[in-house]
Write a protein that binds this ligand. Structure first.
Ligand code: ADP
Length: 257
């Protein structure tokens, strides 16, 4: 299976930590030069420095993906330093969600759509011309277990991730003839900051509804991202690849209330 990414440049949003970082590392292990974006400058720089030890080029570029001007500047820096972006991974995300009826719900929809949908749109807009020009590109969007059947008590996150799935399907149709494949990975719950913060009761309910009885490791999500970025998946387009251990969707958030 051809997963050789030597000579390719990958930009991974929100890759200072978590599944984004693991994805950047795996892409780099397969030869890609990587642009480590994060809203948190310190983790972006640290991750890029660690990845340079793998023998590829890696630069940390802080930017808020929901800000068009910051994304434009980020892509300009990336292109100047590492050449045009061949692989875009739209991973940056926030876990801030909550029930529709919560008093503190104001702004939750805006935040989730700003980061997950508009963040992906901004990054895609900035790299797509370069991909069209070279007749080649891979775009991988992070959807979620939330697009399986929704997850109760987090409508803003559900809507944002479903909208990103819609964007994936639509752009796959439009951009295929340009040599660009657009796919999604849909992780279940993984061992990241988010799940570390779960109560024992929430963790137990999720794991009771998971056939494998455990969370994913970020590296297991990274393997799927790498497959979708690699020549091995050149005929895969418009697909959402679930890596959730067969998780049964649950109303996990209700336990917190
Ligand atoms: P996950 O479970 O998705 O891996 P993490 O919180 O570990 O979650 O990682 C998500 C990353 O996305 C964090 O490093 C976070 O700083 C980053 N991020 C969040 N919002 C933005 C944004 N607007 N622009 C760029 N990066 C962001």
């Amino acid at each position: 299976m051809d997963c050789n990414l030597t000579g390719k440049t990958a930009l991974i949003s929100g890759s200072g930590r978590g599944m984004g970082r693991a994805s950047a590392e795996e892409l780099a292990r397969n030869g890609a030069d990587v642009v480590i974006n994060d809203i948190d400058e310190a983790v972006a720089e640290k991750t890029a420095a660690d990845i340079r030890d793998l023998g590829v080029e890696a630069i940390g570029v802080p930017a808020d993906v929901s800000d068009e001007a910051e994304v434009a500047a980020m892509v300009e820096t990336a292109t100047d330093e590492l050449g045009s972006v061949d692989i875009l991974v739209n991973n940056a995300g926030v876990g801030d969600a909550g029930p529709f009826l919560d008093e503190g719900y104001d702004g939750t929809f805006e935040l989730n759509l700003d980061v997950h949908l508009h963040g992906a749109l901004n990054c895609t807009r900035e790299v797509v011309d370069g991909m069209v020009e070279q007749g080649y590109g891979k775009i991988i969007n992070f959807t979620s277990i939330h697009t399986k059947n929704g997850v109760g008590m987090s409508p803003a996150y559900d809507v944002a991730k479903y909208s990103l799935l819609g964007l994936t399907k639509s752009l796959a149709l439009e951009l295929g003839r340009e040599g660009i494949r657009v796919n999604a990975v849909a992780p279940g719950w993984a061992n990241t900051r988010l799940t570390e913060g779960f109560s024992d009761a929430v963790t137990e309910q999720i794991l009771n509804n998971n056939p494998l009885g455990r969370f994913a490791e970020p590296e297991e999500i990274a393997d799927a991202v790498t497959f979708l970025a690699a020549p091995a998946s050149d005929y895969v387009n418009g697909h959402e690849l679930r890596i959730d251990g067969g998780q049964v969707p649950i109303d996990s958030w209700r336990l917190d209330s």
